[in-house]
Design a protein around this ligand. Structure first.
Ligand code: NAD
Length: 293
């Protein structure tokens, strides 16, 4: 690190709370070092209270930008100068770019999801998707998929606090994109089965399958799936979720955890700041080879 930091090093932040567990500093600093880029990425404990001062410091200190995570992803919006259209539709920002004092907010979870499929030579444009979940991840995935040309999205959500967000998502998609979105309750199990059967991809963005729900899946019957479809879980720890096991039992060809999406959301931010491609395979091996065991 000492050889890397000098008087010209450009700072990029991560503003969230709690944040010390994040893998993002390791991911970005290793990518900068690998490519010989004179940037440094640091995590800062920032709650909603400190956020206005922290965002202003991006301008004051001439930082190139920042990642933003909970609890600041929505609260940051009024503090920015510009919003990328996808971030505006999602209503959430995870990446800020500073261009000569003008701060623009982006969201890269949705582009990360779509790019992770492209990385596998899969293209869901013009196809139908069934998606469970309408929180941060589900919203970003639904909006970006609709913007990128997915033809139809069936969203299933529990009758919980995120139901209103799910309603908002389908209203936004139907009003602002050519995609047709429909919302169903997860209690409508017959509909859940028939919508999945009709889709090119089923994506779970609920976190069911992750601790403490690691033994659970919203789909337990392999006959819900076709062999020629994609089954995608946004969870990446454990590496193989219960949902993925059910999909594999069904013989599904393309079964993914959220690791590719996680790496790609970082890579999309990396590109916005540096205009360079993150060396994804190198970072995947460096940070996540233990998860493959
Ligand atoms: P969130 O709390 O914003 O939303 C959770 C969603 O799951 C809501 O729609 C909620 O209704 C639904 N849900 C929660 N518990 C449920 C249950 N028991 N049964 C049915 N539905 C349930 O969460 P989030 O930030 O959107 O994250 C969701 C998951 O996506 C987490 O596992 C997170 O780790 C993962 N994620 C992955 C990436 C990635 O890059 N791979 C990025 C963001 C989030």
């Amino acid at each position: 690190m000492a050889e890397r930091i000098d008087g010209h090093t450009i700072l990029i932040g991560l503003m969230a709370y709690p944040i010390r567990h994040s893998m993002s500093p390791t991911m970005h600093n290793n990518a900068f070092a690998k490519l010989g880029l004179n940037y440094a990425y640091m995590a800062f404990d920032v709650t909603n209270k400190e956020l206005p001062g922290a965002i202003n410091s991006i301008r004051t200190l001439g930082m190139r930008g920042s990642n933003i995570s909970m609890p600041n992803k929505q609260k940051v919006i009024p503090l920015l100068d510009e919003l990328d259209p996808a971030a505006e539709m999602v209503g959430s920002v995870n990446t800020i770019v500073n261009d000569d004092g003008i701060l623009t907010g982006y969201t890269t979870d949705g582009t990360g999801f779509m790019q992770s499929l492209t990385d596998e030579n899969l293209d869901i444009r013009g196809e139908k998707m069934t998606l469970s979940g309408a929180g941060g991840a589900g919203t970003a995935i639904a909006i970006q998929a609709a913007l990128d040309g997915v033809k139809e999205i069936s969203i299933f959500n529990a009758n919980d606090a995120l139901w209103q967000q799910a309603e908002k998502n389908i209203a936004t998609i139907n009003a602002k994109t050519k995609c047709r979105a429909t919302l169903y309750s997860l209690e409508e199990q017959d509909k859940f089965r028939s919508e999945i059967a009709d889709s090119a991809i089923y994506c779970d963005a609920t976190g069911v399958g992750m601790k403490p729900l690691q033994n659970l899946s919203l789909v337990n019957d392999p006959s819900f799936f076709r062999k020629d479809m994609i089954v995608f879980d946004t969870v990446y720890a454990p590496r193989e979720t219960k949902l993925m096991q059910v999909a594999k039992q069904a013989g599904v060809d393309h079964v993914f955890n959220g690791l590719g999406m996680m790496l790609e959301q970082g890579a999309q931010a990396f590109k916005l700041w540096t205009k360079e491609d993150m060396p994804i395979d190198y970072i995947r091996k460096l940070l996540f080879s233990d998860l493959d065991k």
